[in-house]
Design a protein around this ligand. Structure first.
Ligand SMILES: [Zn+2]
Length: 100
């Protein structure tokens, strides 16, 4: 068996993703729900709003692949979400709500 990180696509509830997502940037994370900053990757829940993190989106997967592999080993239940997908859909939802 040769385990590797390979991207797959899933039909997910965007509201659920947004409510439980940790967006991980260069050195720290942001809660997608309340925008709390300076979160650590091993935070299981947001220290500000208390939401449980079920999803993590890395802004730079190439650079953070070792972190992803480590996190996956420690918390196999965590799902990785593509950051570009998340931002694109978030933008589309925002545009739709502005246009009514
Ligand atoms: Zn939060």
């Amino acid at each position: 068996m040769h385990k590797q990180m390979i991207r797959t696509y899933q039909d997910l509830d965007f509201d659920d993703v947004k409510a439980h997502l940790l967006e991980y940037g260069v050195l720290s994370g942001i809660c997608a729900k309340c925008k709390a900053m300076d979160l650590r990757l091993n935070d299981h829940a947001c220290p500000k709003c208390g939401t449980e993190f079920k999803y993590v989106a890395f802004q730079n997967v190439r650079e953070h692949l070792p972190k992803m592999i480590k996190l996956h080993a420690e918390r196999p239940g965590i799902q990785f979400v593509d950051h570009q997908d998340f931002k694109r859909i978030e933008g589309e939802m925002r545009a739709r709500s502005i246009l009514g």
